[in-house]
Design a protein around this ligand. Structure first.
Ligand code: LMR
Length: 410
């Protein structure tokens, strides 16, 4: 019965983790998976998380009961405010449906199921390039995908013209997956003026935006700055189309393995006689049906920690500091790597490393160069040339710069 099942190659990103674990070299460097590392190259439990855990465990009523199907209300309401802003008119007008998900991937999965069921036949556009998992999440639910130009390899900058043309030539009502900030894999975000143009073109062409917000607070250290595109989109689409937001707390709370996230669907103001509350209730019930049939109810532990952080002023303040700590260290390492490449007079221009933001740099290194970096120097990154800058620290940056210099020259 099982004889015809073919073995698939392993996931490329997680395979890097595996090879790295098996590599006996002491000077190996992990620039693969997008997970924050501290100055010693170790995973970092945020001080805000430690404090939240202490509070949770000292609460005599703490238990491991099921959450409701839509998740922990203190999480979903706090999360909506984080992404939309305390003063959001969408929140004031009760046009937001929020549900807990298995981190950002789970939110994308719910969005994919929802689109497949209620917006059948819609094409979903992803940036070229995009996070490796996007296409498989949507295609596995029968949502067809296409790409829009994003990264201009020659100039290492945004192909804004190609992006806008793709919006204009897409079938009416298509869904565009937009990276809210800290674009994965390129680290290249549109400027505020470019977002204005992109989102205006989306409104004009009846696009449905789907924001993937996996790095809020990571790009600039500020939740508000990193929510610029989402909040502008919510304003611009208030009268026209729904907006999906898939929100992850894996990176900005450092809760990678706890799978804590949310999906928010913003319902536009209604001109017809179906009122907003009827629609939000219907949408919420359908999202609950998806969750119930797949995971029954979402995981509680990470949700309780994040909810504690979002609803306790002292912890929220600590969290904001923690995000600044992470984003500043990454920015510092970007400069350090660029400066060392300049000192070594490595052929090429390396300014893009400091101009990009968030966890990643799209270095421009070719696949053969990346292979040699791994084999000969123990420096691991994704075959596309994406490097997780969070893996750099004062102790290994010189080794990495010398390794890059060597593979670029020979
Ligand atoms: C990454 O791109 O490295 C992260 O988002 C981890 C993942 O799950 O792919």
């Amino acid at each position: 019965i099982l004889n015809n099942i073919q073995e698939l190659p392993g996931d490329a990103l997680f395979a890097i983790k595996q090879r790295l674990a098996e590599d006996p070299r002491s000077a190996k460097v992990d620039l693969g998976i997008g997970a924050y590392r501290d100055e010693d190259g170790k995973p970092w439990v945020l001080p805000a998380v430690r404090k939240a855990e202490t509070l949770i465990h000292s609460d005599a009523s703490f238990n491991h009961e099921y959450l409701g199907i839509a998740g922990l209300p203190a999480l979903t309401s706090g999360a909506a405010k984080v992404i939309l802003g305390d003063d959001s008119s969408a929140l004031a007008e009760k046009r937001v449906v929020s549900a807990q998900s298995l981190s950002g991937t789970g939110a994308l999965h719910i969005a994919a199921k929802f689109i497949q069921k209620f917006l059948p036949g819609k094409l979903l556009y992803v940036s070229d390039p995009t996070w490796a998992n996007h296409v498989s999440i949507f295609e596995s639910q029968g949502v067809k995908t296409a790409t829009y130009p994003y990264w201009d390899a020659a100039t290492k900058s945004l192909d804004l013209e190609g992006f806008i043309k793709a919006i204009e030539s897409s079938p009416r009502g298509s869904v565009f997956l937009l990276h809210a900030c800290a674009h994965n894999p390129t680290g290249l975000d549109p400027t505020e003026a470019q977002w204005e143009k992109i989102l205006s073109a989306c409104v004009k062409n009846d696009i449905i935006p789907l924001f993937d917000s996996a790095y809020q607070g990571f790009a600039s250290g500020s939740l508000t700055n990193d929510a610029f595109a989402v909040r502008l989109g919510v304003k611009k689409f208030a009268e026209s189309a729904p907006i999906f937001i898939c929100q992850s707390f894996a990176k900005n709370v450092g809760m990678y393995g706890e799978r804590c996230g949310c999906i928010h669907l913003i319902v536009p103001r209604q001109e017809s006689n179906v009122n907003v509350s009827t629609i939000t209730k219907a949408v919420a019930s359908q999202i609950s049906k998806i969750t119930r049939s797949e995971v029954s109810n979402p995981p509680a532990y990470g949700a309780k920690i994040v909810a504690k952080i979002l609803n306790n002023a002292e912890l929220t303040e600590q969290w904001h500091k923690d995000m600044v700590t992470m984003s500043q260290r990454i920015t510092k390492m970007r400069h350090s790597l660029r400066d060392k490449l300049l000192e070594l007079q490595t052929p090429g221009n390396w300014d893009h490393i400091v101009n990009q933001c968030g966890m990643f740099s799209y270095t421009g290194l070719t696949k053969p160069m990346v292979e040699r970096l791994e084999k000969e120097h123990g420096v691991y990154m994704v075959a596309s040339g994406r490097a997780s800058i969070a893996g750099l620290n004062e102790k290994n940056v010189e080794h990495v710069a010398k390794a890059i210099n060597e593979v670029v020259r020979h």
